[in-house]
Write a protein that binds this ligand. Structure first.
Ligand code: 1GP
Length: 253
């Protein structure tokens, strides 16, 4: 089954899904195998690998290492067309629609598309919207784009609807890795009511309660990366995060 279809099935059957993001520059080669192996046992649905700026030149090696230690889908979350490798199962084929920088609207995509075809990777067409989050984030700086103000849900909705009318498969509402504030629940709720596409939410999510709130607001998939990079000793709580992302499986109290 294609990766994106399998994630939609997870959403339909379990009420939501949880994606663990691995930043190749921050991945610790010693703990990466155990983290990757723990992911499925802890209820993670897929692993994303990517970063706004890769400075270590180890992207391909990290993807291969992740793939070697899990049978979960491994999905590229690229910062540029240099982050495409045949070892991945799929790629979020993003266009940064909230920005007006042609490099991230179409140029990186043109450079990457032939490689994706050559490697036989599944491309998941993703409208990527950067939402202001209190702090100047790496993705904002590297993409040279302005985020949409988080108190302007109408503007977010208009961009999300444009993604739908452009034929995209999903909309990713992004606060940026390590964001001070995650995408507000009221913005997620507004977009989820306004368009028909599944929503991916990421950036600045640090607790199971926040995961729960994002899913309740209308997210289909929640992405967490920074928290587990900075708190590798919190791995025993990974299951709490994934339980929060799968509300239909919770045992009523
Ligand atoms: C970043 O949305 C992802 O692109 C995840 O954000 O690293 O803050 O969890 P965090």
């Amino acid at each position: 089954m294609p990766v994106f279809q399998s994630l939609l099935q997870v959403k339909a059957e379990r009420g939501g899904g949880f994606l663990l993001l691995i930043d190749p520059d921050r991945a610790d080669g010693n703990t990466l195998p155990s983290l990757t192996e723990a992911a499925r046992d802890c209820g993670v649905d897929a692993i994303l690998v990517g970063t706004s700026l890769s400075t270590h030149g180890n992207f391909h090696r990290v993807v291969r290492q992740v793939k070697a230690h899990t049978d979960l889908p491994v999905i590229i979350f690229p910062g540029s067309h240099s982050q495409i490798t045949p070892d991945a199962d799929a790629i979020l084929f993003t266009s940064l629609l909230s920005g007006r920088n042609p490099q991230f609207l179409i140029d990186e995509q043109v450079r990457g598309a032939p490689m994706i075809k050559e490697y036989g990777i599944e491309a998941i067409a993703t409208g990527y919207l950067l939402i202001a989050s209190g702090r100047y984030t790496s993705v904002q700086y590297m993409s040279n784009t302005l985020p949409i103000p988080s108190d302007k849900p109408d503007i977010v909705c208009a961009h999300a609807l444009a993604a739908q009318y452009l034929g995209m498969s999903t909309v990713f509402l992004e606060a940026g890795s390590g964001a001070e504030y995650a995408v507000p629940d009221h913005v997620i709720d507004a977009v989820a009511r306004y368009i028909d596409l599944p929503l991916i939410i990421g950036g600045g999510i640090r607790t199971p309660e926040e995961v729960d709130a994002k899913i309740s607001a209308g997210a289909s998939l929640v992405v967490v990366g920074d928290h587990f990079e900075k708190n590798s000793n919190d791995l025993n709580r990974l299951r709490e995060f994934t339980v929060a992302a799968h509300p239909t499986e919770r045992i009523p109290v």
